[in-house]
Design a protein around this ligand. Sequence first.
Ligand SMILES: Nc1ncnc2c1ncn2[C@@H]1O[C@H](COP(=O)(O)OP(=O)(O)OP(=O)(O)O)[C@@H](O)[C@H]1O
Length: 588
Amino acid sequence: MEIFKRLSWFFKQERKAYIFGSTLLLLVSILSAIVPMIVGNIIDDLTANTLTVQQLLFWVFVILAIALAQYVMRYFWRTAIFGTSAKLEKILRRRLFVHFTKMDAVFFQEHRTGDLMAHATNDLTAIRMVAGGGILTLVDSLSQGIITLIIMFVVIDWRLSLVSILPLPLLVVLVRFNGSRIHHHFRRAQEAFSSMNDKVQESIGGMKVIKTFGEEERDIDDFKKMTANVVDKNQAVHFYDAIFRPAIQMIMGLSTVIGIFYGGLLVVQGEITLGLLIAFLNYIGSMSWPMVAIGRLFNILERGSASYNRVEELLRYKSNIVEDPDGINEAIDGDIEFNVEEFKYPNSNQVVLSNVHFTIKQGETLGIVGKTGSGKSTIFKLLTRDYDWYTGNIEFNHHNIKDYTLNALLTNIGYVPQDNFLFSTTVRENIRFGLPEASQEEVEAIAKVTSVHEDIIGFPNGYDTLVGERGVALSGGQKQRISMARAMIIDPSLLILDDSLSAVDAKTEEAILGSIKETRSNKTTIIAAHRISSVMHADNIIVLEDGKIVEQGNHQSLIDNDGWYKQMYEKQQLALEIGEEGFEHVTI
Ligand SMILES: Nc1ncnc2c1ncn2[C@@H]1O[C@H](COP(=O)(O)OP(=O)(O)OP(=O)(O)O)[C@@H](O)[C@H]1O
């Protein structure tokens, strides 16, 4: 019942619909209680031989009218109660989604996608059931139960009623015994379902790898085990459900037997009429719904409450990235001062960046090279405030980046991530994602800058071609160039290319870098790459090794330095002369 209290904010907000629906439910219960009395009356009149055809027709008409009225009322209470409960699901789903969009990298690292999907589907459905089926069973079982008991005790015979309902408290014991078990197993079933969701997602995402390694059989086996686990866990829920429901029928049967025996004696002794006994047996029968409803209500509330706990727990999660609500909220242009003494990822002891200091004057280009895992992407994660807890200080236009609102900071940064995520929509919408009002001309102009326009017009539907999961398959290089166009269309003050040219050939790379230089005069660019040719024209280049800057300077000074940079440059030049294939083997 406590879940009703926790959802009271919603019931208050929607009280009109709930009052309307509950009133109709009450009226339906009253009408239902009238029918057995009518049947009892007809039987008494029949046994007394006093029933005329006219009277019979009248009663038949009354019963039909009751059925019709119930039909109409049932229609309205359903739309009032179930329709309103769907609103609760909508509100919570929106809250959850907005919350997800505000979460930091740690949140998504700690919560598996499958879990989050299960919360956004199963859990919200279970909560909606409280506001729909839960309210229905509560109001209906109470109104029908109380009305029926009143008629049985007051109108028919209190002694008969008291004896007949003696087995009913057993139901309460049964409900208490079963409830916690169902709750426990439901939780486990939910967890198993989440894991299975994760598995499906991972397998589909990694299908290519699975096939390349010929591991389909093992993957199918793993999946079979997980589905078997889901079935097992759900069977436990159904097992306790299955104990519960037939037990209700048995207890109700016991009440009916007592009613027939004791009621039969009372009829023989002339204490009640046969019609009243038949009406009474009808009422005992109609007590079964309130009892079943109690069991169902209990389950609905248990499940809803567990789900609400999980959803609230998610909603309580506070992003570690704290935004200053009064932060600077304006376009940012200016120098970048990056001074990080030390940074470790959460839950890790490895120092990933150590004494990384560099300055980028507005309009300059910084190149970052270094072996894989040397910390290049981490620098970008700090610049875009994925992580805040480092010792040191990062400034953009002479203000700490934490002094800006997240929106101001991020809308001034065009970031092309390493994994080139594209949305399942058209090429055009992907490119103008950050500037939805951009015209076709603007979209084409930026696609030309990133040398992808020619590719796009060669697609079956040009800029209207669908990409992503349901669209055409793009090459890695095409994805990279579309992602670059998406980042550049907003003309950001700072453009970050995180290994964004790795899948394009040397000639295209040169063309793209040339166009970027041309179109981005007075704007800052950072390019992280494995290929020296991607960064060699930068104003300043840093070489990272294990999170430390080991060399720094422009191309010529780094060549003069005769260190790792020069070695890599020469190796890559040599490979270029041999041909592109040889090149692959000497990228960093
Ligand atoms: N979320 C994370 N949690 C813990 N450690 C991480 C996380 N992300 C990266 N690391 C570690 O931080 C180090 C630097 O990683 P980073 O991605 O910055 O390297 P990189 O130079 O960009 O590599 P690459 O060239 O392969 O992209 C690596 O040792 C990596 O294992």
